[in-house]
Write a protein that binds this ligand. Structure first.
Ligand SMILES: Cc1cc2nc3c(=O)[nH]c(=O)nc-3n(C[C@H](O)[C@H](O)[C@H](O)COP(=O)(O)OP(=O)(O)OC[C@H]3O[C@@H](n4cnc5c(N)ncnc54)[C@H](O)[C@@H]3O)c2cc1C
Length: 530
């Protein structure tokens, strides 16, 4: 018989909800996770969308997952196995390519082909970005102190942060300030001259954001993507064996090992509130009631405060803040089941090089102007006719993702605006998919003929399937005005809410999106009082 009384209820089995649940269960609490879909993971799921072909439907690569979570939850024992992505190859419009390899010397040699000056600059740039990532790293692991607050906890946090920034020294602090405020293209202009290199690097600054490479603020998103590490190597991105769903399953397995219960097909309708002040449980869509003194939402801020609760019972400031909080989903995804690997013209039929490159990523970012024009389309309410793409072939890294000799291809696409003129419908989804395939045809002619199955995902689909408002991949834009003590809104940035016993733990809280788990962990530690 299932019981309906718990110490803590986690709403939403996204990876952050699962991390929060695992920490709470490890802390001795009796926890249940309630997930609306038939499977856990949210935007980190693997599904067999065509017989024998497994797609990491949404998120596809990993780097940001906090090492302390991997350690604390012993995730490798539960199936976490991150395989390195060896390279990034960017096809150029003149038929050549530029590659970055895992081996620095090799990358340097490759860069020398295009610009010896940039090859020199790369060493210093790499060092600086590593220092910047180290500078921000402690902030990822702390509850953000509010500079407007005089509480002893905030003052202590601010003092700690001030000390940390002082220890960086003037040069690094100034570099950090620039990264926080500049556009990625302008920032990279200060370092490099070779346009395709700048385009490929600046692409990290536009992912998931309604910004172009020349928009101020994109340099911070670039830094956000540099903050990941795998086995201590900063900036390294990898592929989870079995796809990103296997990361969620590993966290879920760790949570269960600590006694946590996970219910799927269990959509929460609303939070039960006692006397207008205290959360005491939830009511499911099927009418079932579950009770607990701690209720945690892993949903994004809009769903948390306006769907799970009656916004009329929340402070006006908070609801106004949530109304202003920017989602503006701008990304799509195209997943393909292929009968064979496509041939990229730039690799000139070199089979060995092609196989090696296909174990890494391909970036469709031939120039900064190309990216900026892709953004122009989105700015004026259209999907990009010639989009930016980040492509990986998961089956080349983990053969279990496709039947022998066949392949899966994952293409992350920017830009596909949620607020497309006239709204998304089936015809627009088809047209968007065609724009992606037509662009691919230019760099890998004949790819269309290899397609056995195609899954085209628009921001409206992301919202419908995962619940992510407006399809924003980070549960809200990673813009400076909604980061740190402002995420999601001032005064409610510490995982707390105006209701006693009701907490937030999704990527819409500090430090934000990506498969990072940091929000879930920090929320759980706050709840446990550690
Ligand atoms: C297309 C795409 C590509 C991405 N690529 C990458 C990548 O390669 N690498 C990377 O690090 N990050 C990537 N991201 C971002 C990353 O996946 C997300 O930021 C992260 O997974 C968010 O996790 P979360 O647990 O905070 O929220 P979510 O994953 O949004 O989880 C929320 C959960 O709540 C559930 N839910 C919603 N409503 C209810 C309800 N009423 N009752 C019960 N459950 C409910 C949802 O079904 C979902 O499972 C990508 C995201 C997308 C969409």
């Amino acid at each position: 018989m299932t019981t309906n009384r718990y110490d803590a209820i986690v709403i939403g089995g996204g990876h952050n909800g699962l991390v929060a649940a695992a920490y709470l269960a490890r802390g001795g609490k009796k926890v249940v996770v309630l997930e609306r879909r038939p499977l856990v993971g949210g935007a980190a799921v693997t599904e067999e969308m065509h017989p024998g072909f497994k797609f990491s439907v949404f998120s596809y690569v990993v780097s940001l997952l906090r090492p302390e979570i991997i350690r604390d939850l012993d995730l490798p024992a539960h199936g976490l196995q991150i395989l390195p992505l060896e390279s990034t190859v960017t096809p150029m419009d003149n038929g050549d390519y530029i590659a970055g390899w895992a081996d620095w010397d090799e990358t340097r040699k490759e860069l020398c082909r295009h610009s010896p000056r940039d090859a020199e600059a790369m060493v210093e740039f790499g060092r600086l970005m590593q220092h910047m990532a180290m500078a921000v790293k402690p902030i990822l692991g702390m509850v953000p102190p509010d500079p407007a607050s005089m509480s002893p906890g905030d003052l202590k946090g601010l003092l700690k942060l001030g000390g940390h920034f002082r220890s960086l020294g003037a040069d690094r602090f100034h570099a950090l300030y620039k990264l926080m405020t500049m556009s990625s293209a302008d920032y990279l202009d200060e370092w490099y001259e070779f346009d395709t290199l700048k385009a490929t690097k600046s692409a990290s600054g536009i992912i998931g954001t309604f910004l172009g490479p020349r928009s101020p603020g994109s340099a911070y998103v670039l830094l956000h993507h540099y903050m990941g590490e795998i086995d201590g190597a900063f900036r390294a991105w990898g592929f989870q064996k079995g796809g990103t769903g296997a990361i969620s399953n590993a966290i879920a397995s760790a949570a269960k090992a600590h006694g946590c219960e996970i219910r799927t097909d269990a959509a929460v309708d609303h939070v039960l509130v006692n006397g207008g002040t205290t959360a005491v449980g939830v009511v499911l869509k099927n009418g079932d009631e579950l009770r607990a003194p701690i209720v945690i939402s892993g949903l994004d801020p809009r769903l948390t405060f306006t769907k799970l609760l009656d916004p009329k019972q929340m402070p006006t400031d908070l609801i106004e803040g949530i109304r202003r909080y920017k989602f503006r989903g701008s990304s799509g995804k195209v997943n393909l089941a292929l009968s064979a690997l496509p041939n990229f013209t730039c690799l000139k039929g070199d089979k060995e090089l092609a196989a090696r490159a296909a174990r890494g990523a391909f970036s469709i970012s031939p120039s900064v102007e190309y990216l900026e024009r892709a953004y122009d389309d989105a700015k004026y309410g259209q999907f990009s006719r010639n989009p930016y793409m980040d492509i990986v072939f998961p089956s080349m890294i983990d053969p279990g993702m496709a039947p022998p000799g066949k392949h899966v291809m994952s293409a992350f696409i920017q830009y596909a605006p949620h607020n497309i003129e006239g709204g998304w419908d089936d015809a627009k989804r088809d047209a968007f998919g065609n724009a992606v395939i037509n662009t691919l045809e230019r760099y890998a002619p004949g790819i269309s003929k290899l397609i056995l199955h195609k899954q085209v995902i628009t921001p409206a689909d992301i919202e419908r399937i995962t619940g992510l408002t407006e399809g924003n991949i980070f549960q809200g834009e990673l813009a400076l005005h909604q980061l740190f003590f402002l995420r999601p809104v001032p005064e409610w940035a510490k995982y707390r809410t105006p209701l006693r016993g009701f907490w937030q733990c999704g990527a819409g809280t500090h430090p934000g999106g990506g498969i990072m788990g940091a929000s879930g962990r920090l929320a759980a530690l706050e709840i446990l009082g550690r």
